[in-house]
Design a binder for this molecule. Structure first.
Ligand code: PLP
Length: 404
């Protein structure tokens, strides 16, 4: 079991007040909070070895390069990728997906099919729509049911030798559904297509094993798992990445440049043009160290308890409806109360120091499915407590009384 009281001391922000109340931070699915160990890693970089990487012979540059490459290895080992060069540093999930979508532009022809799950974040929909417009490829949707669970029988019907790529999130940000990615990968590989898994919501809770999943591409953002914003990763199997063209041209990604012809660097540099977010990459590694010091299984077990408790307490509120009732869920509760607009609830909760997200959560197709404008979303992390859930329920009851 984890020691939440001790863990909370690592997060300076959790001590602050908001609108005169102690902060209750339940917007972890949007961005998680940052422990002092990660903050100190960034400060240490700028104080002691700030320098550009890969290019310098001087000591500072070498120290920075070593720390950056050590972070890449930490990510490789955390997710059990076969090689460090299969981990590409990016600015986050959105950037990672766009790298693959842009590369796929050269691999697709009109009439090829791409399958998207009904549970996706806009960042795993829009780049593919743009790609279809450019190539004439066709986007088809794997539907979901009322519980927010993908209908795998429909996937079986959609898969064919025209399918080139299936993209699905590991966990839905709007509903918390954990998707059966191992099964989806197996079914997709059976028709010779590839799978991209958006792990932005899964990686704070579930330690994916890339080799045993046999996934082709897996992407995430550091800020979802106690790391800084503006940095993330794209994992691709070596063969999958090698067949994609570079995304951007510039420094770092070349082998040799002449005015007649440029040759490209190998992995991972081929996809890492320009000066990256160096302190962010190093801090991404520190964030994984931090999560691993607590233990991913301990984190998941504790968050499951928060989910069960939060669901039980919220369900006591008359008129409250929860969206997303999959058996396998992470600690995300999306809900509405009667016909009160989610924004109104979120604003009143904020007045009492409680941070929840309201709106469509960048997943408008899910909201359209339920015929609602949006939801209130409370998303828990391992540093949240049962008492904070109680505070939210009290505040919610007050908000409802004011709004009805
Ligand atoms: N995919 C999912 C499932 C997400 O939850 C998010 C962010 O909320 C993203 C993609 C986009 O992540 P980023 O904004 O870090 O690129």
């Amino acid at each position: 079991m984890i020691d939440v009281k001790k863990i909370r001391k690592d997060f300076p922000i959790l001590e602050r007040q908001v609108n005169g109340y102690p902060l209750v931070y339940f917007d972890n699915a949007a961005t998680s909070q940052t422990p002092i160990q990660v903050i100190d890693t960034i400060v240490d970089y700028y104080k002691n070895y700030n320098a550009n990487i890969h290019r310098g012979v001087h000591s500072l540059s070498q120290e920075a390069t070593d720390a950056y490459e050590a972070a890449r290895q930490k990510i490789q080992s955390h997710f059990n990728a076969a090689h460090p060069y299969e981990i590409i540093f990016t600015s986050g999930t959105t950037h990672s997906i766009n790298i693959i979508a842009s590369g796929y532009c050269e691999l697709l022809k009109a009439g090829d099919e791409l399958l998207v799950s009904a549970l996706e974040h806009h960042s795993n929909i829009v780049p593919w729509q743009m790609l279809c417009e450019r190539t004439g490829a066709i986007l088809k949707v794997i539907p979901m049911d009322e519980q927010g669970v993908l209908i795998l029988d429909e996937l079986d019907k959609l898969l064919s030798n025209k399918t080139k790529l299936v993209f699905v999130n590991h966990v839905s940000n709007a509903l918390g559904t954990v998707n059966p990615i191992a099964e989806i990968i197996e079914k997709t590989h059976a028709v010779g297509a590839e799978v991209l898994v958006d792990g932005a919501q899964a990686s704070p809770h579930i330690q994916a094993d890339f080799q045993s999943l046999n996934v082709d591409y897996y992407v995430t953002s550091a800020h979802k798992l106690c790391g800084p914003t503006g940095v993330g990763m794209l994992y691709g199997k070596q063969a999958a990445l090698e067949k994609l063209p570079p995304y951007q041209g510039g420094g770092e990604m070349i082998a040799e440049v002449t005015f007649e012809k440029t040759t490209y660097a190998g992995l991972p540099h081929k996809f890492e043009a320009g000066t990256p977010n160096i302190s962010g990459g190093i801090a991404f590694g520190a964030a994984l160290d931090y999560m691993n010091s607590i233990g991913m299984e301990n984190i998941a077990a504790y968050e499951e308890k928060l989910l069960v408790y939060g669901t039980k307490e919220l369900m006591k509120i008359p008129g409250l409806k929860i969206y997303g009732e999959a058996v396998h869920k992470t600690a995300v509760i999306s809900f509405n109360v009667g016909d009160i607009h989610p924004y109104d609830i979120g604003s009143i909760l904020d007045k009492m120091g409680i941070a929840v997200r309201t709106g469509h959560h960048c997943a408008q197709p899910i909201m359209d499915f339920y015929k609602i404008p949006g939801t209130v979303r409370a998303s828990f992390s391992f540093y949240n407590t049962f008492e904070e859930i109680d505070l939210m329920v009290v505040a919610l009851n007050r908000a409802i009384t004011m709004l009805q």
